[in-house]
Write a protein that binds this ligand. Structure first.
Ligand code: IPM
Ligand code: MG
Length: 368
């Protein structure tokens, strides 16, 4: 049997630096755990634009459709700010999401004990936090038609459309319930059914999916505004939150901040199963390309490394190995190693991107 295939798209800014550390981890799994991957690499974002004049070449898109999982670093940078909307680096990422039909975006907000002091909230509110936002990623107001800026009488009107079909809600709800069964067995669905028809339908379909197929999972509903209030009040009440594309974008940034650093958080974007049973999948850190610190060895590679841990769990059915990697990360943090984004406490050891990657590989070695 051939090895599972990975397409690596380092992208822009700190993307290539953090991805270099992920590569060490991937190599370690091949050498030490008999888990070899066929790794190929390509361009995305500004890096692709510089070479091809487009943020995602058709050949790269085609390769992404064929591999078992895509691992992406980050896209964007000030150099590309003035480009037309249609060829900005971010469009490369949105095209991957849409064409791979990655409708279920998993964004964990997990607080590492060693970093609980970094949160803007009190330590007891966030210590031990482990929640997961499931954000619908391929529909809603991000993609609904009509959209645009139109002339209406003697002024202009900007229009976007919130739109959800029953089947779009059904499939993302199912992915949230399935996930909850592997975690704390609770789902909270968030919308604005008090003001939006799409929210009324959302609530109805989520409830229906639950009653038909997931009665063993506890389901609650909240209006998204009240839900965000609850996320900052007492986040540990949540296990899995399922919500639409725009609310998920907002809720996940707020939830990420609870954990102290954006440099820590991974994400998975999953689609329908391929012929081999694996879901179409793209894994990426939640953080951006951070052009201000690129090329200085300051970036935190942990979010990208934990994104690979999510790939082990969700694409390759290697939950134990994912845990091994997550524990290696916890170990180096407990040992006091900190990249530049996490400095500030007394008694910690500042390390570079490269040193952090090496320390995590050493912790993996020690786990054997
Ligand atoms: C995210 C980002 C993207 C989004 C941008 C970069 C298009 O904010 O992944 O959360 O809005 O989805
Ligand atoms: Mg966002």
């Amino acid at each position: 049997m051939s090895n599972p295939s990975l397409l690596i798209l380092p992208g822009d800014g700190i993307g290539p630096e953090v991805m270099a550390e992920v590569r060490k981890v991937i190599t370690w799994y091949g050498d030490k755990r008999d888990l070899a991957f066929d790794v190929s690499e390509d361009l995305v974002g500004g890096a692709a634009y510089d070479v091809h004049g487009t943020p995602l070449h058709d050949d790269t898109m085609a390769r992404a459709q064929e591999v078992d999982a895509v691992l992406l670093g980050a896209v964007g940078g000030p150099k590309y700010d003035d480009l037309d909307f249609s060829i900005k680096p971010e469009r490369g990422l949105l095209r991957l999401r849409k064409e791979m039909d990655l409708f279920s975006n998993l964004r964990p907000a997990q607080c590492f004990d060693a970093l609980a002091d970094f949160s803007s909230l009190k330590k007891d509110v966030v210590a031990g936090l482990d929640m997961m936002i499931v954000r619908e990623l391929t529909s809603g107001v991000y993609f609904g038609e009509p959209r645009g800026i139109f002339k209406e009488g003697n002024e202009r009107v900007g229009i976007n459309t919130q739109r959800y079909t029953e089947s779009e809600i059904d499939r993302v709800a199912r992915s949230a319930f399935e996930l909850a069964r592997r975690r704390g067995n609770k789902v909270c669905s968030m919308e604005k059914a008090n003001v939006m028809e799409s929210g009324v339908l959302w609530r109805e379909i989520v409830q229906k999916v639950h009653d038909e197929d997931y009665q063993d999972v506890e389901l609650t509903h909240m209006y998204a505004d009240a839900g965000l209030m609850q996320i900052v009040r007492w986040p540990k009440q949540f296990d899995v939150i399922v919500t639409d594309n725009l609310f998920g974008d907002l809720l996940s940034d707020a939830a990420a901040m609870l954990t102290g650093s954006l440099g820590m958080l991974p994400s998975a974007s999953l689609g329908l199963p391929m012929d081999n049973g694996r879901p179409k999948a793209l894994y990426e850190p939640v953080h951006g390309s951070a052009p201000d610190i690129a090329g200085q060895g300051m970036a935190n590679p942990i979010a990208c490394i934990l994104s690979f841990a999510m790939a082990l769990r969700y694409s390759f059915d290697q939950g134990d190995e994912a845990e091994r990697l997550e524990q290696a990360v916890e170990k180096v943090l407990a040992d006091g190693l900190r990249t530049a984004d996490l400095l500030g406490e007394e008694g910690v050891t500042p390390v570079s991107t490269n040193e952090m990657g090496n320390a995590i590989v050493a912790a993996l070695d020690a786990s054997l």
